[in-house]
Design a binder for this molecule. Sequence first.
Ligand SMILES: Cc1ncc(COP(=O)(O)O)c(C=O)c1O
Length: 373
Amino acid sequence: MSNLIPVNEPLLSGNEKKYLCECIDTGWISSEGPFVQRLEKEFAARVGRRFGVAVANGSLALDAAVKALDLVPGDEVIMPSFTIISCAAAIVRSGATPVLVDSEPDSWNMDLRQVEQKITPRTRAVMAVHIYGLPVDMDALLAITGPRGIKVIEDAAEMHGQTIRTRPCGSFGDISTFSFYPNKHVTTGEGGIIVTDDERLAERCRSLRNLCFMPQKRFVHEELGWNFRMSNLQAALGCAQLERLDSFIARKRNMGARYDSLLSDVKGLQRPVPSTAWAENIYWVYGLVLDDAFPFDAEEAMRRLSAKGIGCRPFFWPMHEQPVFRRMGLFAGESYPVAERLARRGFYVPSGLALSDEQMDRVAVAVREVFAP
Ligand SMILES: Cc1ncc(COP(=O)(O)O)c(C=O)c1O
């Protein structure tokens, strides 16, 4: 449908083209080019960290971050059931066991009381995942994990430019990760970054990203790594995007407020929480959750909206309901009612940076036609 409003469209109207042309003019297109180190340095500085390691995507950033912690079979990592599979996959691939908690019904973030309840002598880490624009209260989480010596992996994939109280997201974990997929506030097409203050963890991630080549003897390996390097072309995009992050966040907040006012009187639709005691929403995506009174679920709602030219996406599907993990014998008999409900009743409407006010108005008209006819 030519008139479709896409669920996301990135904004590439700054120095993106100029920096890409620089790559081509200089011949620097591989991961050895100067934009990669520049992005690592500038992004790490932006989130107040000493080291940045740019990688091929946010999922591999999680794989490397978990692997760098040297977990062993039997070690447990607590994480939310309501998230993307990359989080649990990284833990499973590392040989450790993911231990799930449910989410809060309003913020959609992991429930920290349940985190505390799930701690055992085998708990080695907590993977905190900030969901859809509102962050987990990391100060409260660190008060739980810190005294117990439990490591924190902070998945800030969706949280570029967000702060908790005054501190940037991505600055709390022993190791933190971001995604640069095109629906993120900073995109490199495909890409991600690991940030940390721990030089040893940063070096481990650099080595894992580059096939674990030995510095003294190339092509000799003591460990198996991967090639998930980021190219100079991708990093060039990222540097240009990062220059405008503050204006992107201001626009996203403005979009959140606009959708709020356009939809505030539509009954039975739960909208994102605008703020908590520790953060203001940056509306990475504008999610909606259907009240139980609606006689249809999110899938049907998206079908009806897409028939009106509105691109939508479903919410995450919980980890404990993933066939792949069930087949592995994980999470048998476990139930997380909030995550289950969000998956069945939640979806998001067009939220990309290139979305115009007029397009948002059209989305709101279509939402009204479907939910408040
Ligand atoms: C919370 C979270 N973690 C990890 C990822 C994975 O990032 P990528 O798509 O770059 O692999 C995403 C992607 O959207 C995400 O939302």
